[in-house]
Design a protein around this ligand. Structure first.
Ligand SMILES: [Zn+2]
Length: 445
């Protein structure tokens, strides 16, 4: 398909893995300038305009552009990130920052999330520039910092400070394209939507007293325990959205599995009993607004009845859910304890989505067809978040996609994101490079 050699992608990916731009969420971590400089040296070719932006020292994002000849022509952005999440080497079979090539696979943190795509995007753009590609619309490659900490110093910053420069009609970023073999042929999931994120802190209060006389005291930790219990026992009704229906119908599971997965009245029981834990969790998360109590603080001293306890919640909302809906759900779950609980919002961002009846969708399907003849794309709802949501706010049609070989399965990929033994096979790297080049030729010329 494309002519970027897989070997070139391997080499660049190895460099980016060894760059170890580990983002632990603190503003001084990441230091993506290291990887941005590597990419800058790859893309310093005639025809490519390059800009680097560091909102904080070292937190660098690169914007590379092949300018189009017609202002009105559709534009495309290939969006990668250069940071990775931490990795503890003691858990891995190979050094997570070694970028070793072992039996046809490149190992290391970021091998699938998402230095693989970032590398293949950069090389596809360089190859296009070198072949004097002169598109009508802009082709933009952006390698952002800070994706792993919600993009505050990367995508969020760029879309707020340089909106006009980074607004394109179409955008592709992670994650998708893991081939699923079905009785009707290969299906390639395209991430068209992401759930919303709602993080809040619940505070409950009591009265301090001596720990040696607990009878009839007003203990905040005890209250917090009851609050947690009510939250996890509360059943949020299932919702089967159109995207979920198309995904499940598309992957060709047996009817006895498909039926309950598409029926809001039976999906809860089905997920509870399903032995395949990964699928059960995924199916549940794709059809419910979920609440996970993740942090609990309370008490100050072992012999003091605590007067205050706090619970942090990670809530992920289905499309259509806003803060008022989430608050109503919390009140319902808390019942008569609701008035004793203060809710403080830390972060609230509703779900985002892009339509599927677009030229980008058609182009992806056409280009992917050269790797997987007859393959069809199916929409997929991401239960976590990517930077795509910031660009959707600018009006961009944004999908998560890539191309992968069949060496690893959809489940393999699901466990490698932020997991151990992250790796990608060489063939997948070549496929992705071909995809980006083909997509640019289809969409912006
Ligand atoms: Zn990622």
């Amino acid at each position: 398909m494309g002519e970027v050699a897989a070997g070139e992608v391997v080499e660049l990916l190895q460099q980016l893995i060894r760059g170890a731009c580990v983002n632990d969420g603190s503003p001084e971590s990441g230091q993506e300038r290291r990887n941005a400089e590597v990419l800058r040296s790859v893309l310093e070719v005639p025809g490519v305009d390059l800009e680097l932006h560091d909102p904080l020292p070292g937190r660098c994002s690169l914007v590379a552009r092949i300018e189009g000849t017609a202002r009105s022509a559709p534009s495309l952005m290939l969006l990668g990130h250069t940071d990775v999440v931490p990795a503890d080497p003691t858990d891995w079979r190979h050094d997570p920052f070694g970028g070793e090539l072992v039996e046809g696979e490149v190992w290391g943190r970021g091998a699938v999330d998402m230095l693989n795509l970032t590398s293949s995007m950069a090389l596809a753009v360089r190859r296009l520039a070198r072949s004097n590609f002169s598109p009508r619309g802009d082709l933009v490659f952006v390698a952002v910092a800070d994706e792993e900490a919600r993009g505050l110093l990367g995508a969020k910053w760029l879309t707020e400070h340089l909106a006009d420069a980074v607004r394109t009609d179409y955008l592709v970023t992670e994650a998708g394209g893991f081939p699923i073999q079905t009785p009707n042929g290969v299906r390639l999931p395209v991430t068209t939507a992401e759930k919303g994120t709602f993080w809040c802190t619940l505070t409950v209060r009591g009265s301090p007293g001596h720990g040696s006389m607990p009878l009839r005291t007003d203990n905040a930790v005890l209250k917090a325990a009851r609050v947690v219990q009510r939250l996890v026992e509360h059943e949020v009704p299932a919702e089967v959205h159109e995207g979920w229906r198309q995904f499940i119908e598309g992957i060709g599971l047996p009817p006895e599995v498909t039926r309950p997965l598409l029926d809001p009245s039976s999906i809860d029981a089905f997920c509870r009993d399903l032995p395949a834990l990964g699928l059960a969790r995924q199916a549940h998360a794709c059809t419910h607004t979920t609440v996970a109590p993740t942090i609990l603080h309370g008490g100050t001293k072992v012999n003091v009845i605590p007067d205050r306890a706090q619970i942090e919640l990670d809530i992920r909302g289905l499309p259509g859910w806003g803060v008022p809906d989430v608050e109503a759900m919390l009140h319902q779950a808390l019942g008569d304890m609701a008035q004793e609980v203060e809710i403080e919002w830390r972060f609230a961002e509703p779900a985002s989505s892009s339509p599927t009846d677009t030229p980008l969708w058609e182009a992806l399907e056409r280009v992917a067809g050269s790797a997987y003849p007859g393959a069809r794309c199916i929409p997929y709802l991401m239960v976590g978040g990517t930077d795509a949501r910031y660009f959707r706010k600018l009006g961009t049609t944004a999908y998560g996609f890539g191309l992968f070989s069949t060496r690893l399965t959809f489940e393999d990929y699901a466990t490698m994101f932020h997991g151990v033994d992250e790796r990608v096979d060489v063939a997948s790297l070549g496929l992705s490079a071909g995809l980006w080049e083909g997509l640019a030729r289809e969409l912006v010329t």
